[in-house]
Structures are given as structure tokens and as C-alpha cells.
Write a protein that binds this ligand. Structure first.
Ligand SMILES: *[C@@H]1O[C@H](CO)[C@@H](O)[C@H](O)[C@H]1NC(C)=O
Ligand SMILES: *[C@@H]1O[C@H](CO)[C@@H](O)[C@H](O)[C@H]1NC(C)=O
Ligand SMILES: *[C@@H]1O[C@H](CO)[C@@H](O)[C@H](O)[C@H]1NC(C)=O
Length: 429
């Protein structure tokens, strides 16, 4: 669920294609380096609640001859798209006119009529009788363009006929916020997603918590150093329900533990209701983790309680970080390390995701109160964002091997040092 307008200060984006090539043949799968990029600060909360500071980007190439494209990895959305129209705010644009293999999809085609079924906004027939597609976001901004087919180079493999949206630059109210990435890689389970188009049975990623590196792997992760994964089944509901995203990676949460203490909540609060509200999605396109109100409040209270003697509460009822995170603390300016904090375990059926240490708090950039900096708890309240779901964001997936095993309909988790994983695969640069 990333937004089309990402303001990024990117570490470096262009040199990674070669690095992947040497490795992918050895393993027989495509391995791609991931990069974390910072998104412009203040606008994050106002534009789109789900777009937070950090996005995961991957560099691929598209077209004939190949053009490098940097795309945000988003397991929360379906359609991959590229900016195709130059506009002042954009640094990187895909130029379809410069590619011999580009072709727009006509709206009379079977592809336009059937493959776009899972998209949140149905495709329509544009003036030139082309398949017109719209990607819209929670803040009512949207981008539109032509559903098209093109050759994408993913790892060592060229994939002709890959479907994506060739988009204009959208109705950005602030062009400076516009993306410096070229687009987005839609990785959910919908019919047009990369996963479906490539027929992937499995993919994994590993996001480093200590630097801006990561790995995206298409195919089997058979590395002994990853260790055994704990699996949690993916949940499917076949009847369409208004709030249930059927093409998301949905797992079943069963409880939350703060250190040794399980929050006193009935299991039913984690089960989607008759409207589909209350599903738990694993979303790489969201930074932090968001929980429905009653669960958030229980966690918030327990964490505040257990950190009473350790942290000083920032007691300002008017302050809510990024519109959804209202548990914040004051940490003395010169302090190098946070005290040892209780860990938070998200308990899924069959697997746990343990979040500990520094990852539990996020320093609010530029916010200083007297001699203190403000640090906020990295879980937020979905209700404040108007979101009817539990969303597990990428911040809490750091230093975990996260495997999406589609063939067996399950998600696997293991604790891993992802910076070392990148090194082992020779992807750090
Ligand atoms: C995002 O990260 C950058 C770099 O650490 C920081 O300068 C910026 O203020 C952050 N924005 C938010 C909203 O946290
Ligand atoms: C979509 O196709 C039409 C017709 O070729 C073209 O005029 C328009 O610029 C295209 N849009 C984008 C974003 O490339
Ligand atoms: C994965 O490892 C197992 C056991 O070591 C082996 O039998 C299998 O062929 C490997 N698969 C791949 C894709 O490398």
C-alpha cells in the first residue's frame, strides 16, 4: 500500500543489476538486492496513512533496449506500474517510446476484461480504446495510465509480455513530493501481480535492521544459514466481503505478548467479522504495524505499564505521531542507548514475530522537548487511520527471513541477521 508520490532520498539505485546476475545462476533463482529509502517526512501522515517513512525498493530493468527502473516492493498491492510521463517532480521515468517491446493493451482484449478483475478500481476503456487503469490511494490521490505489456528483466531472466500500468504523474498537489523511484512492484495475490504473472510458488525477503540493505528472492530459499522457518497458514475467505482484501497475504493473529504477559483479549477480536473487518495482513508497503483499536489500546496500556520505571512518558494528549501512534516517550538528548525494554510478540497461529529493543521505539525526527527527544511506540491504532485491519509493516519484519509460500499457502518466519545474509549472497555493495 505504498503511495504514488514518494519523496525519496535514495542511497544508490543504479548499480545493482549486475550484482544479481552473478548469483542468480548459482542458485537457480532470482535474487535481488533491496534498498530502503526514506520518504519525505511531514507529508507522510497527511497524504496516505499507510505510506510511512521507509519504503523498500528494488532495481530491475524494462524495455528493449533495457532501461533501469527502481520500484517499491509492495506485498499490499497488485498492479505494478511505472511513471511513463515526464513531469517536473520525477527523477526517473520509463520511456515507452524508446522501447521496441512496449505495447499497450487494447480494451477489447481478454486481458483487459478478465485479468483486471481483482483490481480495487476496475479497468475502463480509454479514448484510444486502450485499457485504462487507475491506482487510487487512501488520501484520494490517484494515478492513471495504460495497461501495457513489456519485457522485464528480473534477475537473469527476461520476461516478455509482462503486464504493468504505464502511468502519468497523477494529480499530485505537491510535485516536490513526487517519486524518485520509477514505480511500484505489486506483489499481492491478485491476477495481475508479479507473483501471479511469474507463477511464483514462493518468494522471500529479508530486510536489514542495521543498514539499508535487504534481499528479495524469487523461488526457493534453501540456505542452510536461514535455519528452520516457523510457518503460519494463510487465511482465505472465498465469499466477497466489503472489508476483506482477498488478494492480501492474510494470516491469523491469536494474541499479543508483552514480555511474559499475554494481553487479556478474546481470540475473537483477531478474527475477521461478517463484514471482513479484522483481517491481519503482512504488508511490505507499510512501515509500522497497525492494530484495531481495542487491541491497540490493550497493547499500549501494557507496554506503558511495563516501561513505567524505564521510560518517561511524553504526556501530551494532543500529540499523535503520524496520525496513529499516541504512545510516546521523552528520552534525554545525549542518551546513546535506550534501556532494555520488554519485547512484544505477535502470536500468529504456528509462528511468532518477536519485536524487541530499538525497533519498538522510533525517534521522531526534529521533535525536541527541552532536553529530551520524543520517541514513539512503533505500533499504531488502525482506527485512527480509518483502516479495518491489522497490518504488519516492514519495520517489524526487519531482521527476519519472511517467506511467502504460495504453493503451501503459508508464511514462514525466522530470525536472521539480514545484513549478513546480504553479505553471504554477495549483494552488499
Ligand atoms: C524519515 O527518516 C529520515 C532519515 O532518518 C528523517 O530525516 C525523517 O525526518 C524521517 N521522517 C519521519 C516522518 O519519521
Ligand atoms: C496512454 O495511451 C494514449 C494513447 O496512445 C496516450 O495518448 C497517453 O499518453 C498514454 N498514457 C501514458 C501515461 O503513457
Ligand atoms: C533444497 O535442499 C534440499 C535438502 O538439502 C535438497 O534436497 C533440494 O534439492 C534443495 N532445493 C533446491 C531448490 O536447491
Amino acid at each position: 500500500m505504498a503511495s504514488p508520490m514518494l519523496q525519496l532520498t535514495i542511497w544508490c539505485i543504479f548499480c545493482f543489476i549486475n550484482c544479481c546476475l552473478c548469483l542468480s545462476s548459482a542458485v537457480g533463482n532470482a535474487i535481488l538486492p533491496l534498498r530502503m529509502a526514506r520518504v519525505g517526512a511531514a507529508e507522510a501522515a497527511s497524504r496516505l496513512p499507510f505510506r510511512h517513512n521507509v519504503t523498500l525498493t528494488v532495481t530491475l530493468a524494462a524495455g528493449t533496449p533495457l532501461q533501469p527502473v527502481t520500484m517499491v516492493l509492495d506485498t499490499g498491492s497488485e498492479l505494478s506500474w511505472l511513471h511513463c510521463k515526464k513531469s517536473p517532480g520525477l527523477r526517473s521515468v520509463f520511456d515507452p517510446a524508446a522501447s521496441r517491446s512496449y505495447s499497450p493493451v487494447p480494451c477489447s482484449s481478454q486481458t483487459c476484461r478478465t485479468r483486471t478483475r481483482d483490481l480495487p478500481v476496475p479497468a475502463s476503456c480509454g479514448p484510444e480504446k486502450l485499457c485504462h487503469t487507475i491506482v487510487s490511494y487512501a488520501d484520494a490521490s490517484s494515478i492513471e495510465g495504460n495497461l501495457s505489456s513489456e519485457t522485464f528483466q528480473i534477475g537473469t531472466t527476461a520476461r516478455p509480455g509482462f503486464l504493468f500500468g504505464c502511468m502519468d504523474s497523477g494529480q499530485s498537489s505537491n510535485p516536490e513530493e513526487d517519486s524518485k523511484t520509477t514505480g511500484l512492484l505489486g506483489m499481492n495475490r491478485g491476477s495481475l501481480s508479479v507473483v501471479t504473472q511469474m507463477g511464483l510458488e514462493k518468494f522471500s525477503y529479508c530486510i536489514s535492521g542495521s543498514d539499508a540493505t535487504g534481499i528479495l528472492l524469487f523461488g526457493d530459499a534453501n540456505f542452510t544459514w536461514v535455519g528452520p522457518l516457523n510457518y503460519t497458514p494463510m487465511i482465505q475467505i472465498s465469499t466477497p466481503l466489503p472489508y476483506f482484501d482477498r488478494v492480501a497475504y492474510t494470516v491469523q493473529m491469536e494474541g499479543i505478548r508483552v514480555s511474559g504477559k499475554i494481553l487479556a483479549l478474546p481470540k475473537s477480536v483477531f478474527v475477521p467479522d461478517h463484514t471482513g473487518a479484522g483481517q491481519t495482513m503482512v504488508d511490505s508497503g507499510t512501515q509500522f504495524t497497525f492494530l484495531l483499536g481495542p487491541v491497540y489500546n490493550a497493547l499500549r496500556n501494557e507496554f506503558a505499564e511495563q516501561t513505567k520505571g524505564l521510560l518517561k512518558l511524553y504526556d501530551n494528549p494532543n500529540y499523535v505521531f503520524q496520525g496513529a501512534m499516541d504512545l510516546c516517550f521523552l528520552v534525554p538528548l545525549g542518551r546513546a542507548r535506550l534501556p532494555a525494554l520488554p519485547h512484544v510478540a505477535l502470536m500468529f497461529r504456528g509462528a511468532e514475530m518477536v519485536v524487541s529493543g530499538e525497533r519498538l521505539l522510533y525517534r521522531v525526527p526534529g521533535l525536541v522537548k527541552g532536553n529530551d527527544q520524543v520517541h514513539c511506540f512503533t505500533f499504531g491504532n488502525s482506527d485512527l487511520l480509518g483502516v479495518e485491519a491489522f497490518v504488519i509493516g516492514n519495520h517489524h519484519q526487519q531482521d527476519k527471513w519472511v517467506e511467502f509460500d504460495l504453493a503451501n499457502s503459508r508464511v514462514g518466519l525466522a530470525d536472521v541477521r539480514c545484513d549478513l545474509a546480504s553479505q553471504r549472497l554477495g549483494l552488499d555493495s
